[in-house]
Ligand binder design. Structure first.
Ligand SMILES: [Fe+2]
Ligand SMILES: [Fe+2]
Length: 366
C-alpha cells in the first residue's frame, strides 16, 4: 500500500474576537493577533494542496462561547478537513460560566471537525485511507473541580480496545499535553510538569506496544521534536506566541515501514498593523519572562540565592523566546560553571553534545 499525503498543524491559536480580549499586562499570549494570524495561515494553506489540518488544542483564548463559535464557523469554510481536540483553555471549568463553555459542551461545537460520531471528548477516524487519527482529550477535573492534564480510565480502556483494531494503519496521535519531555527534567520540575500528561507513561506503553510512533501535541508554546524509545512527539508552538509558527508535513511511503516524514515549519513574521510582529512578540515574551526566569534560577536544581539570580537574570531575557523558536543552542559563558552547564542542557543537542537541529525542519524516517 502506498501512502502519500500532506497535512498542516496549527497549535494553540487561542482565538479571541476583539470584544472578548482582556488585560494584557502579564499575559503571555498575544491574542490580539489571533484572528489576523490565523487568516494569513489559512490563506497560505489553501494554496498548499493539503489533505487535512490538525489543531491540537487551546483553540480559544479562554473557552468563550463567542470564540468557539467564530472558530467552528471559520473552519467550516476551509477547503480541507480540520480536526481539533480541546486544550485546557478551551474547557477551563467543568460547568459553564458567564464567560466560558462547560466541559461537556465542547464536542457539539466541533461536530464537523472530528466529533461527527462522538459525544465524548475524544474520537478516532480514518483521515485518508490507511491513516488513522486518534484524537485524545487530556483535560480532566478532580473532585474539587481543579483542572488536570491526564487521560481518564474510560479513555484508556477505549484505547486498549482500539489500538489492536488499527494496527495495520499508520497511526497519528493528537493530544494537547506533552507526553514526552521537551525540556530537561520537564516531568519533575514544578515549572515544566504542568505541561505534561500526568499518566504519560501509561499512554507511551500502549502506543509502543501498538507500534504507534507519532504524537502531535501543543500546550507548551514551543517548537520542539522529541524522541523517546521509538516514538516521536512533535509539539508545535502557539500561533499567538513568538515565533508564531505552523507546520506542513509531507508523508511518503510504500507500506508501513520506512515512512518518510518531511516536516517544514513556517512562521507569521508580519501582519497588517503589526509590521514588526516577530520583533514585537519576541520582546513581548522578554518583557514577561522575569518572574518565570527568577523561579527557574531559585528553584531545584539550581537553588540560587535571590541576589545571585538577580545578577544573572538580565542575560536570560530572551531565553524563553529562543526556546520557543526551537533549535536553540545556549551557552552563557559568563555564568558560574554549574549554571552555565544547566542551561547548556536546554540546547538542541544530541547526547554527545553535537547539534541536533530538527525542531523546525526535519526528515524523519518512521
Ligand atoms: Fe496554549
Ligand atoms: Fe494549553
Amino acid at each position: 500500500m502506498s501512502i502519500n499525503f500532506r497535512f498542516a498543524i496549527i497549535s494553540d491559536p487561542h482565538v479571541a474576537i476583539p470584544q472578548t480580549i482582556r488585560g494584557a499586562a502579564n499575559r503571555f499570549h498575544l491574542v490580539e493577533v489571533s484572528i489576523p494570524a490565523l487568516e494569513l495561515v489559512f490563506d497560505h494553506l489553501e494554496r498548499q494542496n493539503i489533505d487535512f489540518l490538525l489543531i491540537p488544542g487551546d483553540l480559544t483564548q479562554d473557552g468563550e462561547p463567542e470564540n468557539h463559535q467564530w472558530l467552528q464557523q471559520r473552519l467550516a469554510s476551509l477547503p480541507f478537513p480540520a480536526y481539533v481536540i480541546p486544550g485546557n483553555h478551551d474547557v477551563p471549568t467543568l460547568l459553564s460560566t458567564e464567560n466560558s463553555i462547560g466541559f461537556d459542551d465542547f464536542s457539539a461545537y466541533y461536530c464537523q471537525f472530528g466529533y461527527q460520531n462522538s459525544q465524548k471528548h475524544y474520537y478516532t477516524c480514518e483521515v485518508i485511507p490507511g491513516v488513522q487519527l486518534i484524537a485524545l482529550n487530556s483535560n480532566q477535573f478532580n473532585s474539587q473541580g481543579k483542572q488536570l492534564g491526564c487521560l481518564d480510565e474510560e479513555q484508556i480502556a477505549w484505547l486498549e480496545q482500539l489500538l489492536p483494531q488499527v494496527k495495520d494503519k499508520l497511526i497519528l496521535v493528537m493530544i494537547h499535553h506533552n507526553v514526552i519531555e521537551h525540556l530537561p527534567g520537564q516531568s519533575h520540575h514544578e515549572l515544566g510538569k504542568r505541561y505534561m500528561l500526568d499518566n504519560a507513561s501509561v499512554l507511551l506503553k500502549m502506543l509502543r506496544e501498538a507500534e504507534a510512533k507519532l504524537i502531535f501535541s501543543g500546550h507548551l508554546h514551543v517548537q520542539d521534536i522529541a524522541y523517546q524509545e521509538g516514538i516521536y512527539e512533535i509539539t508545535t508552538g502557539s500561533l499567538v506566541s513568538y515565533p508564531h509558527p505552523y507546520r506542513i508535513i509531507e508523508v511518503q511511503a510504500n507500506g508501513l515501514k520506512n515512512l518518510e516524514f518531511k516536516i517544514e515549519s513556517h512562521r507569521v513574521n508580519t501582519l497588517s498593523g503589526w509590521e514588526n510582529l516577530a520583533e514585537f512578540s519576541r520582546n513581548w515574551l522578554g518583557d514577561r519572562s522575569y518572574p518565570f526566569m527568577m523561579k527557574l534560577l531559585t528553584s531545584h536544581p539550581l537553588n540560587l540565592e535571590i541576589e545571585e539570580a538577580e545578577k544573572l537574570v538580565p542575560q536570560l531575557r530572551y531565553f524563553w523566546a529562543d526556546m520557543a523558536d526551537g533549535d536553540a543552542i545556549f551557552d552563557f559563558v559568563d555564568f558560574p560553571p554549574s549554571v552555565r552547564h544547566y542551561f547548556q542542557y536546554f540546547s538542541a543537542i544530541n547526547e554527545d553534545g553535537s547539534p541536533n537541529l530538527i525542531d523546525n525542519h526535519a526528515r524523519l524516517i518512521i
